[in-house]
Each structure stands twice: as structure tokens, then as C-alpha cells.
Design a binder for this molecule. Structure first.
Ligand code: HEM
Length: 493
């Protein structure tokens, strides 16, 4: 990467006016991130510059700007902003989502790929099917607990695949820890949320000092998460050494580490981090997409009926859907794309950081700038997605009803960009397929009803204060579609 020679003479991209000392600190959105950053982009352009207490932030509001920079100039745009909070909660020791662009991140990413590549994940299908059939039974038994069943199911899949641990009850300690992991991660990853990021010396004040509550929060999270990460890894190692192994990503990675290697300890540490990262990054995101699917089905009964008609024609009611049905289900494939577009799980993805100065469209993008790609804005581009707020799987079907997402694939922006693109996206995709197809096969999802049996308004509220956007409600009327399906849900277990 070469530094632009004329950097000093170049203009920075447009942006809101800076105030003395604090710069744009008051302009940085703290909730509803996609929509609010989008409003800033509408006003100033696709590439916007803010200065938050000396920290440059560049917000990219279009797919073109994001691909031009984060994909095509990926070598310069794949670093991550450093975060004092991430350091205080201990994330920088093991969570490679937040690691800077360098050799250690590369080792982690390579290790992740070993256990989550497109061929290996085929071996996880049996687990995915098992968990989803269990989920159907749970929903049938207690439909009012839908939200919790979903949360549990995604945690269960990841735990089984990664650590070989079978989650049994919602109260399982590991399940609680997933929640902690993702809650903390989401909270601290929002740019501008914690003042200590901009005023680092705040970390040296005592915890009782006004405004320093973050220190206690960080210390508690560090202790609890550290214990969990150690505990899970220790279990995997014990199982591995005693020969009592359920095949899992952890045991396979551990088996590859020669114990007499001088670097074995380093590799164990890395393996521990990769496993925990998979859990932290995978469970909550996939769960958020599934909840959005349920909301869409309750709000758009036509789409639900069309999807069910396709499943009935291809799969029938005599057995639940299997992975091999997927190529024959174009409407379901279109619906899955629409779920990911309609509800952007990570509205501003995860921030990148530039390594060196760069020039784009005549503007200077400074080295060390935090770069935000607004995936939410891309999903709402009406030139690509007319009526963008409407849920329309037909967007991804051609005139003959064949699946077609050429030139408008949400995967181009939903999973991030460049060298940091989500490496779990194929696993997320297969998991979502089997979950959505199975739920559609088994249940009708309808609006909730009041005491008189009349439809109540559906809670469409999205919790947007973290990096992952969650549909808040999960209160629907859920009916088993037929007595035959009911029998099968019970019999399959
Ligand atoms: C619908 C589900 C998912 C969505 C929407 C999603 C989205 C994202 C996004 C936007 C990023 C940041 C990319 C960037 O920096 O440009 C990311 C990173 C990541 N995701 Fe996902 N993800 C999903 C599921 C998963 C799953 C299931 C796993 C694990 C099995 C996973 C593992 C990761 C990891 C490890 C990273 C960090 C990559 C790095 O920093 O190099 N994700 N994801």
C-alpha cells in the first residue's frame, strides 16, 4: 500500500459539522444504527466522514462504495478498530472477530475454515436435523415459548457441532453463557457507545468514580466469559484424552495438534479461541434471522401459504423436509433470501479499519479510520429492491418461477465484506434452510389473538441498540398444520 503523495492537499469526505473538542461525538447514532446512519448518508453522500473525539469514522452508505473499498481494496480495509472495552472484557485474547488484521487473525481464520468449510459442514447436517426436530416438538408443546425455543435450538446446534456438548435444558449453564457472550459482544461493538474508547485514560479511574461503571461491567464479563471459554475447552480436551469423544470441531482440531510440538500450547490457545468465537458469532446471529422469519410469516400470510404449498407438493406431509429437497424448493430459497434482506441481522456489519491513507472519489480516507458499511441501507435501495420495506420472496424468482438472485443477492452485503466476510455464512445458510422449511412444514404462524379470539396487533418492534438487530416479540398463534404432521412431530422423537 502506498501513501498518497498529495494526502495533505486532499479533502476529507463530506459529513456533519464538527464541534470544538468533541467533533461529531453527538452525531454518532447509538441505536437504530442502519436507519440513522442511512439518514446521515442521504444528507452527505455515500461516503461520509465524521471525527469522534479525534477518531476518524467513514460511513459507506451504498453497495458500490462498500465493494469498491472493502472488497476490491481489501488489503487496506481489513483491519479492525481497537477497542478498550474489548480488551477489558478479554475479547481481544480469543475473539478473532475483533482481532487486528495480521498473522494471529490469519491463523484463527484458517483454523475456523478447517472446521466450517463448505464440504465439512455437510457432516453437520445430522445434528442440524436432530436439533430442528427437537425444536418442532418444543414448539408444539409450548408455542408461547417460541422465542426461547429458537434461542435454545441455535445454541444447541453450535454447541454440539463445535464442542460435542448436547444441550439438554434451557437452564443449561452453557446456554446462559451464550447469551452472556453475545450480549456483551453486541454491546461493546457499537462504535461510539463507550466514552472510554475516545478518552482512554478513563480506564485508569477507580470503578466507583461517576461515569466509570463500565469497569465493573467489563471485569464481571471478563471473569464469567473467561471461565466459560476455559471450561468448554477443558471439557473438549478431557473428552479427547479419555477417548470419550463425540465427533466435534474441537476434537478434530485438537487431534491435529501434535502434543510434542514446541508450538502446541500456542495452538491449543488458538483452538480455544476459534471454538469460542464460533459460538459467540454464530448462535445469536442465526437466531435473529429465524425470529425475523417468524415475524414475516405472521405478517405475510400469502408468502407463508405459497411456501407451504411448495413444501406440500415437493416433500408432502408424510415426512419432514430434508436437505436433499432444497434444489426442488425455489420459493423457499427465494423466501430465505428475502428474510436476510428484509431484516438485516447486523445493520452496520462489524466495523473495519484502514491500514493506510487512501483516495476514493477524490477524497482522502485516512489510515486508521473506522469504516462502517451500512448493509441496512443497501437492503433498502429501491432501485434494486422496489418497495424495500415489503416482504416479497418473488424478488428472487424469474418469470418462470425459477430461483434467481443475479445482481441482487443479499449475500453480497448481509455477511460483510472483503477478507473479513463472515466465514460462517454457509453454515448459517444451511441451518436457516432446514429450520425454516421444517417450521413451515409443521406449523401455521398467525397473529396473536386476544381473550375474545380476535387478532391482536403483531409486535413488529426491532431491538436495534446492539450490533445484532433482534425482533423483540415472538407472541404468535401457532397451529400444527394437520393431525398427520402432529403425529410425525411426536414420532420422530
Ligand atoms: C444470519 C447469520 C449471520 C449473519 C447475518 C452474519 C453476519 C456477519 C457479519 C456482517 C460479519 C462481519 C463481516 C465483516 O467484518 O465485514 C460476520 C463475521 C463473522 N461471522 Fe458471521 N454472520 C452470521 C452467522 C454466522 C455463523 C453461523 C458463524 C459461525 C458458525 C459466524 C461466524 C463469524 C465469524 C467467526 C466472523 C468474524 C470474521 C473475521 O473477523 O474475520 N457467523 N458475520
Amino acid at each position: 500500500i502506498s501513501f498518497p503523495q498529495n494526502a495533505a492537499r486532499l479533502r476529507l469526505p463530506p459529513g456533519p459539522k464538527c464541534l470544538p473538542l468533541i467533533g461529531n461525538a453527538l452525531d454518532v447514532p447509538r441505536d437504530d444504527l442502519g436507519r440513522k446512519w442511512s439518514a446521515i448518508s442521504k444528507k452527505y453522500g455515500d461516503v461520509v466522514y465524521l471525527n469522534v473525539l479525534g477518531q476518524p469514522i467513514v460511513a459507506l452508505g451504498s453497495l458500490k462504495a462498500a465493494t469498491d473499498l472493502l472488497d476490491k481494496r481489501s488489503a487496506n480495509y481489513s483491519d479492525r478498530p481497537t477497542s478498550i472495552m474489548a480488551e477489558l472484557v478479554g475479547y481481544t485474547d480469543w475473539l478473532f472477530v475483533l482481532m487486528g488484521y495480521g498473522p494471529e487473525w490469519r491463523h484463527h481464520r484458517r483454523m475456523f475454515h478447517q472446521v466450517m468449510n463448505i464440504d465439512i459442514i455437510k457432516g453437520y447436517q445430522a445434528t442440524q436435523i436432530n436439533v430442528v426436530r427437537n425444536l418442532l416438538r418444543h414448539i408444539r408443546q409450548a408455542p408461547q415459548g417460541l422465542g426461547q425455543h429458537l434461542e435454545f435450538a441455535f445454541a444447541a446446534i453450535v454447541m454440539r457441532v463445535i464442542y460435542g456438548v448436547e444441550l439438554t435444558e434451557a437452564s443449561d449453564k452453557y446456554f446462559k453463557m451464550v447469551k452472556l457472550l453475545s450480549d456483551v459482544g453486541e454491546d461493546i461493538a457499537v462504535p461510539g457507545r463507550y466514552l472510554v474508547e475516545a478518552i482512554p485514560w478513563l480506564r485508569f479511574l477507580p470503578s466507583w468514580f461517576p461515569g466509570v461503571k463500565f469497569k465493573k461491567f467489563a471485569a464481571d464479563a471478563n471473569r464469567d466469559m473467561g471461565a466459560m471459554v476455559e471450561d468448554l475447552f477443558a471439557n473438549a480436551r478431557i473428552a479427547m484424552n479419555s477417548g470419550d469423544t463425540k465427533d466435534s470441531a474441537a476434537t478434530r482440531l485438537l487431534a491435529d495438534i501434535p502434543s510434542d510440538d514446541t508450538q502446541a500450547e500456542e495452538m491449543y490457545q488458538r483452538c480455544k479461541g476459534v471454538m469460542a468465537t464460533t459460538y459467540a458469532a454464530g448462535a445469536d446471529t442465526t437466531n435473529a434471522a429465524m425470529r425475523a422469519f417468524c415475524l414475516a410469516m405472521a405478517l405475510y400470510p400469502d408468502a407463508q401459504s405459497k411456501a407451504q404449498a411448495e413444501i406440500d407438493a415437493v416433500v408432502g406431509t408424510g415426512r419432514p423436509p430434508e436437505f436433499c429437497d432444497r434444489p426442488s424448493l425455489p420459493y423457499i430459497n427465494a423466501l430465505l433470501k428475502e428474510v436476510l434482506r428484509w431484516h438485516i441481522v447486523t445493520p452496520i456489519a462489524v466495523p473495519h479499519r484502514t491500514v493506510a491513507d487512501d483516495i476514493y472519489d477524490g477524497y482522502l480516507i485516512p489510515g486508521g479510520a473506522t469504516v462502517i458499511a451500512n448493509s441496512w441501507a443497501m437492503s433498502r435501495d429501491p432501485t434494486v429492491f422496489p418497495d424495500p420495506d415489503e416482504f416479497k420472496p418473488e424478488r428472487f424468482l424469474d418469470e418462470n418461477g425459477r430461483f434467481d438472485c443475479e445482481g441482487k443477492d443479499p449475500a453480497d452485503f448481509v455477511f460483510g465484506f472483503g477478507r473479513r466476510i463472515c466465514p460462517g455464512r454457509e453454515f448459517a445458510d444451511t441451518t436457516l434452510f432446514i429450520f425454516c422449511a421444517s417450521v413451515l412444514w409443521a406449523f401455521n404462524i398467525k397473529p396473536p389473538v386476544d381473550e375474545r379470539g380476535l387478532p391482536r396487533e403483531i409486535n413488529r418492534k426491532i431491538n436495534t441498540h446492539g450490533v445484532v438487530a433482534h425482533v423483540e416479540g415472538s407472541d404468535y398463534t401457532i397451529e400444527v398444520r394437520s393431525p398427520n404432521v402432529d403425529r410425525l412431530i411426536l414420532e420422530t422423537f
